[in-house]
Write a new protein. Structure first.
Length: 449
């Protein structure tokens, strides 16, 4: 049951009056996403992932090439080396962003994570990225050159506010898996290229998908279990098992009053969504960008990509369409689209000083779209891990899925996908243990999600 009239949730997209697609977010698929990649395989759509070179590319604001175009700094992961050697080599071979003493200090700072593993990673949830850097004696410039951009890409907030557990988890995956940090773009709009194949798979295997079904109320029995779902159109849905895959903020609003005092559900109050803004700008000419995700290293922008180059479904050889993540967005989420675009263009003129601007001959904006998500993924500030719930709730026939639930991939597409897998596994285990009511036949008759 999907509340909106379009598929996808945080990966949803729709067409404007010109037929151009507008996406909720700039979504990247990593090699370190085993469950997402397995899903693509099972849906037989692996060819829809456009894998890019194994690189991490950072813009160098204010710096140009000899030809006067935007300069980028690349961390190249050698194909012939396994992890972690390819990642170490990528860091050591880049001398444009970090000096050798800075690399050595950062490497020494990471030693406890390497020696003590996951236990240390989890303990670092009490520290922000900036606090960890200072504690480990890592120079501030490492934060400024690399981790401001990385923090905004991982959770849309600055390293002063992001839990170090998030960064260490990402680094762990990237350094342990040879292709972990390799990135791919979907070859077109998510609703048609990803979500519709999922719907087709569900319906082919006996399930149903309903749009415009906004949940109005969760009704309970006298013992606190779910009696039925009531939707805004008046429909009542009864099932053997009920699942919520809503984000944490709307879930808190929908909880029955009798559940709110339970410690399990009360802990959800420690989790809140983070605001983020996704921006699309169509230009009247081609810009000098790269066929890849780019870390902007801008105070207001996180990552961006020229989707006319990186995505086959949006290909345009004559004009650029930049999709940008505006983050942190807390100070701008309530402002007008024009104000947000004005601030964005000011940053872009720094990134493309010889290509974007009011002067004659430079690229001009043809149109733009601003997509605001006031409450996106949960804000992974220090100390949030203890508030993340498991997928099994104290209510026997009610389960949770979503990236905010407990799983090792945190707030990401992989985290959301893995949480669904864990949720299904725990439903199956509860069924086998006789903890949930049987439907007709050998399986639960109906699961309402």
């Amino acid at each position: 049951y999907e509340a909106r009239d379009i598929l996808g949730g945080k990966v949803s997209a729709w067409q404007d009056k010109d037929g151009d697609w507008v996406e909720t977010g700039l979504h990247i698929f990593f090699g370190a996403y085993p469950n997402v990649n397995q899903m693509f395989k099972e849906l037989d759509i692996e060819d829809r992932l456009q894998w890019k070179s194994h690189s991490m590319i950072f813009a160098m604001p204010g710096q140009q090439t000899a030809d006067g175009f935007q300069r980028f700094s690349r961390f190249e992961f050698p194909q012939f080396l396994p992890a972690p050697l390819n990642g170490i080599t990528a860091i050591l071979m880049n001398n444009e962003m970090l000096t050798w003493p800075e690399k050595i200090r950062f490497g020494i700072g990471l030693l406890p994570a390497i020696v003590f593993g996951q236990k240390y990673v989890e303990e670092c949830d009490k520290l922000s990225v900036s606090q960890w850097m200072r504690q480990q004696g890592v120079p501030d410039r490492v934060n400024e050159e690399v981790f401001i951009a990385m923090a905004k890409a991982l959770n849309f907030i600055d390293p002063d506010n992001l839990s170090m557990t998030v960064v260490l988890t990402a680094l762990n995956r990237f350094l342990q898996e040879t292709h972990g940090s390799k990135m791919a773009f979907l070859d077109g709009p998510p609703p048609t290229r990803l979500c519709q194949p999922m719907v087709d798979y569900i319906t082919k295997n006996g399930g149903s998908v309903y749009l415009e079904k906004r949940l109005k109320k969760i009704h309970t029995n006298s013992d606190g279990s779910v009696k039925h779902y009531e939707f805004n159109d008046g429909e009542i849905v009864e099932a053997d098992v009920y699942v919520s895959s809503m984000p944490v903020d709307p879930l808190k609003l929908m909880l029955p009053n009798s559940w709110k005092s339970m410690p399990y559900f009360d802990k959800l109050n420690g989790l809140n969504g983070v605001p983020v803004i996704n921006i699309h700008i169509w230009f009247d000419k081609k810009l000098s960008t790269v066929d890849h995700l780019l870390f902007s290293r801008s105070p207001l922008l996180s990552v961006y990509a020229d989707m006319s180059l990186t995505c086959k479904g949006y290909r345009d050889d004559d004009k650029s369409m930049l999709e940008l993540v505006f983050a942190p967005a807390k100070e701008y989420i309530g402002r007008s689209d024009d104000e947000i675009i004005e601030a964005t263009m000011a940053e872009l003129t720094k990134l493309f000083p010889n290509e974007i601007g009011p002067e004659e001959g430079k690229a001009k904006v043809e149109k733009f779209h601003v997509v605001k998500t006031p409450l996106s993924v949960y804000e992974a500030t220090p100390g949030r891990e203890e508030y993340r719930p498991g997928q099994t709730t104290p209510v026997g026939n009610f389960f949770l899925a979503g990236c905010f639930t407990k799983q090792k991939y945190l707030a990401s597409m992989e985290g959301a996908t893995f949480s669904g897998k864990l949720c299904a596994q725990q439903i199956a285990e509860a069924f086998l243990e006789g903890k949930i009511k049987l439907g007709e036949g050998q399986l639960p008759n109906k699961v309402a999600v």
